[in-house]
Design a binder for this molecule. Structure first.
Ligand SMILES: C[S@@+](CC[C@H](N)C(=O)[O-])C[C@H]1O[C@@H](n2cnc3c(N)ncnc32)[C@H](O)[C@@H]1O
Length: 441
């Protein structure tokens, strides 16, 4: 790090010592925040990459730049039996994170005042690394990625993110203005925040920049001011820059964290009737090009939030949509751990008793665009999944018992038909990872 970069890091440390992030009370538990737990559960990216369910028992998880430890707490809740290690350059943040995990009874956790750049000297290796809202603050993101890679186990996975320069360009403009005004020369304090508020408030309401970034209610909070108008070291990136950084760090892109919200086809009125040029070329473009096209057409994501890992460490598998009958017969299924909660089970039983469809997507909305319902009679088949992993064959047997007769013809339902109906159900749920399927033979 050159002297200028070291000076900036010292300022960033000071900024987060004064206003630790996030400002969530220590007592708050994320137990019912299934969505957050789903993202932070190692099972999610591991299944996406390998179509295998990993047991989190004994895994070692790093929260790199853990701040005040709320995400570290989520990681601990979401990954039972794992050891959690948190590092951050801000001593105040580390103290709070340690206190938070202790308060919630997680003894298998340790926290260190330590910079990401020096991770290799920590003497630990990790199965999963979470680096949320930090990488864009580092002077060199490739160095940051390389530092994380150096402590990642061979089949380990990193989740990290960068600010989008396309989505956030107005905040970068306003930061530049405040830099010109000298408000970011030193660590911005109460006086600098007030000057920043007054400056934007004084603009005519017709000024485009003001229309886009003036949020008087939020601007009252110092955390918001320091994370947006006056965030030291903040930088924006595009998808090609992310892929270039991954290439330079010799890491392989796995998936966007909210992958279903980056689907280029969703941007067209009718995906089955695209202009001829697009219809012919879109199927052949690379993942990077698809994502870049998406951010150019629809820059709605503040974060370019993704999972990556060592190159060529993903296990090859046959996608479920291409499974043969024999694959289905030799497969088992389980619920995503974050759906296996008592609230969802109670709701399912209530839907079955009241003959109402079960809306499985309400607990974890992230991977869906519209609600997903399961009919109340076939929903009876999935009830055992709240207790255990099941073979698909056992679900089919259960389905035949529940509905032995075809309701239209009153003839006995054939095994083949029962299999088709269960396959169709699981095929619909698998892309959202609500159900996790894998071979057991
Ligand atoms: C915006 S906060 C994010 C905290 C936490 N990851 C979260 O998402 O809730 C950024 C954190 O990164 C830490 N940080 C910045 N540069 C760092 C570095 N080089 N090494 C370790 N931590 C760093 C800051 O001290 C701060 O606590």
């Amino acid at each position: 790090m050159n002297p200028q970069e070291s000076e900036l890091q010292a300022k960033i440390r000071q900024q987060f010592d004064v206003v630790t992030y996030p400002r969530i009370p220590v007592e708050k538990s994320p137990k019912d925040d299934y969505e957050f737990l789903y993202i932070h559960n190692f099972v999610t990216p591991y299944y996406l990459r390998n179509q295998k369910v990993i047991n989190t028992e004994g895994k070692v998880i790093l929260d790199a730049g853990c701040g005040s430890g709320y995400k570290a707490l989520i990681l601990a809740e979401a990954n039972p039996g794992s050891k959690i290690v948190g590092i951050d350059i801000s001593e105040k943040s580390v103290e709070l994170a340690r206190q938070r995990l202790q308060y919630h009874g997680f003894d298998n956790a340790e926290f260190h005042v330590f910079p990401i750049e020096e991770l290799s000297s920590l003497g630990l290796e990790f199965d999963y690394i979470n680096c949320d809202e930090v990488l864009y603050l580092l002077p060199d993101i490739v160095m940051g990625l390389q530092a994380m890679k150096s402590v990642l186990k061979p089949d380990g996975i990193i989740r990290t993110n960068l600010h989008s320069s396309l989505q956030r360009h107005n905040y970068f403009k306003v930061q530049e203005i405040f830099q010109m005004m000298g408000l970011m020369n030193e660590n911005p304090g109460e006086m600098e925040m007030e000057i920043a508020r007054e400056t934007i408030a004084a603009l005519k309401d017709s000024i485009i920049l003001k229309q886009q970034i003036w949020k008087p209610e939020r601007a009252k909070y110092e955390e918001w001011m320091l994370s947006n108008y006056l965030l030291l070291g903040d930088k924006g990136f595009t998808i090609p820059e992310v892929f270039a950084a991954l290439k330079n760090a010799d890491l392989e892109f796995i998936s966007m964290v909210n992958w279903r919200h980056w689907e280029i086809m969703d941007l067209f009125k009718n995906e089955d009737d695209l202009p001829a040029f697009l219809g012919m070329s879109l199927p052949d473009i690379s993942v990077e090009e698809r994502l870049h096209l998406f951010e150019l057409l629809q820059p709605i994501h503040r974060l370019l939030d993704f999972w990556c890992g060592h190159p060529q460490q993903g296990q090859s598998f046959v996608p479920i949509s291409e499974w043969t009958n024999s694959d289905w017969q030799k497969a088992k299924v389980q619920l995503h751990p974050q759906l296996r909660n008592s609230q969802a089970r109670e709701d399912l039983i209530s839907c079955i008793n009241n003959h109402k469809p079960f809306e499985i997507s309400i607990y974890v909305k992230l991977p869906t665009l519209k609600p997903i319902h399961i009919g109340s009679s076939i929903a009876v088949c999935i009830l055992p999944l709240w207790d255990d992993v099941c073979t698909i064959e056992s679900l089919v047997e259960r389905w035949v018992k529940i509905r032995p007769l075809d309701p239209i013809t009153l003839e006995s339902v054939t095994q083949e038909k029962a299999w088709d109906e269960i396959k169709e159900l699981l095929d619909t749920l698998d892309p959202f990872l609500y159900m996790l399927l894998e071979p057991y033979l």
